[in-house]
Ligand binder design. Structure first.
Ligand SMILES: Nc1ncnc2c1ncn2[C@@H]1O[C@H](COP(=O)(O)OP(=O)(O)O)[C@@H](O)[C@H]1O
Ligand SMILES: [Mg+2]
Length: 253
């Protein structure tokens, strides 16, 4: 397979059905290295399912490849340089210190790397080492997840509604941290707050009923209105593949 044609993220004919619900209905999408893309759409339009499919966290019909490697066939290789911020943090019993230690061990980073990023969001990790992850507030969990993902310095960052629970200061810090990422970092984020993330993305892909209904390359900062999207939490399910990203996927917890 030629390197050139396969670099980046390729989604081909992605279909996903949960019982009677069609979550993805034939999605084709190519995201080039360094592209910054927002997935938008109303509640239940399939954003989270698509992002989880990119992260190899949900089995789909069709195909997702990252730099030519199929995430379903060789997940560890395909996802080695992918970081993921789930929409809802898993209610882990483990302490913050343990979660961070496992994560940085998998990612070749240090506790201090994560602590420094968390501090930008107003979260003092050293004071929370012994706190159970599940006992953090929603916003604190989101800050921690974002700090871990950013500290991973992965080539591809996947974020599901990353700013939904953040206070104003942390939102601004998140935007700043993402803007500081190296230019070649690929960003795919789900959001209903397009106004807020518009400074971060150069492309907006809108889903409706599991289909891509709009794919706009755009100027950064151009304001656009999209319908709101409430938080949606899918029911827990069993793990199917084994990658570091599963540590943070709510369906695995
Ligand atoms: N694990 C799951 N089990 C059952 N249904 C699910 C699951 N995940 C998503 N769905 C359903 O698939 C559809 C798309 O959900 P989702 O991808 O979470 O949408 P969005 O993130 O755009 O709100 C919804 O109807 C949702 O109820
Ligand atoms: Mg969602």
């Amino acid at each position: 397979m030629s390197e050139r044609g396969t670099r980046g993220i390729h989604v081909g004919g992605a279909k996903k059905r949960f019982g009677a619900v069609v979550a993805l209905d034939g999605v084709d999408l190519t995201i080039a290295p360094g592209e910054r893309v927002a997935l938008v759409g109303t509640n239940g339009s399939g954003k989270t399912t698509l992002l989880r499919a990119l992260a190899g966290l949900v089995r789909i019909d069709g195909k997702v490849t990252i730099d030519g490697v199929d995430v379903a066939i060789e997940p560890e290789k395909a996802l080695a340089h992918v970081a993921y911020v789930p929409q809802i943090a898993p209610p882990l019993e483990a302490s913050v210190g343990d979660v961070v230690r496992v994560f940085v061990g998998l990612r070749g980073r240090t506790f201090d790397d994560v602590a420094a990023t968390a501090k930008q969001f107003g979260l003092e990790l050293s004071a929370l080492k012994k706190t159970r992850m599940r006992d953090l507030s929603g916003g604190m969990k989101q800050k921690l997840l974002a700090a871990m993902a950013l500290a991973a310095k992965a080539k591809i960052l996947l974020c599901d509604e990353p700013t939904a629970n953040l206070d104003v200061g942390a939102r601004a810090a998140f935007v700043e941290a993402v803007r500081q990422m190296p230019k070649e970092t690929t960003l795919v984020l789900c959001s209903h707050r397009v106004d807020e993330v518009s400074v971060l993305v150069g492309r907006i892909v809108e889903l409706r009923d599991g289909k891509v209904v709009r794919d706009d390359v755009r100027e950064l900062r151009e304001p656009r209105a999209f319908e709101g999207d409430e938080l949606h939490e899918p029911p827990p399910r069993a793990a199917r593949t084994a990658t570091p990203l599963q540590l943070l996927d709510p369906e695995v917890a």
